[in-house]
Ligand binder design. Structure first.
Ligand code: F6P
Length: 325
């Protein structure tokens, strides 16, 4: 089996990108190892503070963030990093050619229940000049690579460099990531969706109508029964979609009118959108392709609808169709 190092150490892959991805892989191995022993080491609970998003931080959020910062800042090619757990961009090497945005531990409320969590990352070209938050405000189409590590029964690294999506599985005995899926493919149609149904009453009317039609099953307009899944960790829900298809959404909702959605554009929606599109799927807000959005702020949130291309298109159509129009 091919391992990640030999797959990446190729003459046609920029060495800056190789070094950065291998540093991310080594760090995810370390994070995965610490996840497995977090309760023994006494670092499983809350950190007792909030992050810049006003969300409660887990001790493992803080640890994973520090490990990733250290690992990436040791790579000379990295000019700056941005993290869910940092208020602003953190400068690294002035003459680096890449910048990296990451969510160190997505879905960290799952830690307490020994459920899957993950690390999501997005690698962008570094603009000229001094680093500020503005350096990261690039549309997702400029991403050079994107991926995530999922810490479940197996630690897997899912990666795209813009030519398909590969899955590497950690062999815990050798510490090597081995290629287990060469090219991920998401079927265009599906009978499965993922959404937090408890927010239904807060969604916009088109989303309510779309999901009501799914729930109506065989007797409804869709004329087929749908299954529902919700892991409450985007990494794990997207991982399921890459493996067996489906639609995932965290839509706009009316609970906080100043907030466009829950998921963050730069280190959640964009990298996942690149992975999904590279697997033949689609990734939209309710009205726009996610990868074409011009980010306005570092921690911007967006509505997300991603997965099976045909199903995403259908869901977006509900948002386009105006009643009586
Ligand atoms: O990053 C936010 C996140 O944890 C995602 O990983 C996940 O999809 C979502 O929030 C879960 O939200 P909720 O708690 O509403 O189910």
């Amino acid at each position: 089996m091919i391992d990640l190092t030999s797959a990446l150490r190729q003459p046609d892959i920029d060495t800056a990108l190789q070094d950065t991805l291998l540093a991310l892989a080594a760090c995810s191995l370390d994070i995965g190892r610490r996840m497995r022993t977090a309760s023994i080491a006494g670092v499983q609970g809350s950190a007792g503070q909030g992050n810049v998003q006003g969300e409660e931080q887990q001790q493992m959020d803080v640890i994973a963030n520090e490990l990733l910062k250290q690992a990436l800042m040791a790579v000379p090619a990295v000019k700056a990093v941005a993290s869910e757990e940092e208020d602003h961009a953190v400068p690294a090497h002035e003459d680096g050619s890449l910048i990296v945005a990451f969510d160190p531990l997505d879905g960290s409320s799952n830690i307490a229940i020994n459920g899957p969590v993950g690390t999501i990352f997005s690698i962008l070209p570094a603009p000229e000049g001094p680093v500020s938050d503005a350096a990261f405000l690039q549309p997702g189409t400029t991403q050079l690579a994107a991926g995530y590590a999922v810490y479940g029964p197996a630690t897997q690294l899912v990666l795209t460099l813009g030519d398909g999506v590969q899955v590497y599985t950690l062999d815990p005995d050798s510490g090597r990531f081995l290629l287990t899926t060469e090219r991920v493919h998401i079927p265009a149609t599906t009978r499965e969706f993922a959404i937090n149904m408890s927010n239904q009453r807060h969604w916009a009317e088109p989303m309510q109508r779309y999901v009501a039609d799914l729930l109506a099953g065989r007797e409804g307009p869709r004329k087929k029964d749908f299954n529902m899944r919700w892991v409450a960790a985007m990494v794990a829900d997207v991982h399921r979609i890459l493996n067996r298809g489906g639609l995932f959404s965290y839509p706009w909702d009316g609970r906080n009118p100043n907030q466009a959605g829950k998921l963050r554009l730069l280190y959640e929606a964009n990298p996942m959108a690149m992975l999904v599109e590279q697997s033949g799927g689609a990734a939209w807000t309710d009205c726009q392709r996610i990868l074409e959005l011009q980010p306005e702020t570092l921690h911007q949130r967006v509505p997300v609808i991603l997965g099976a291309a045909g199903e995403v298109a259908r869901c977006v159509d509900y948002h386009r169709a105006r009643p009586g129009g």
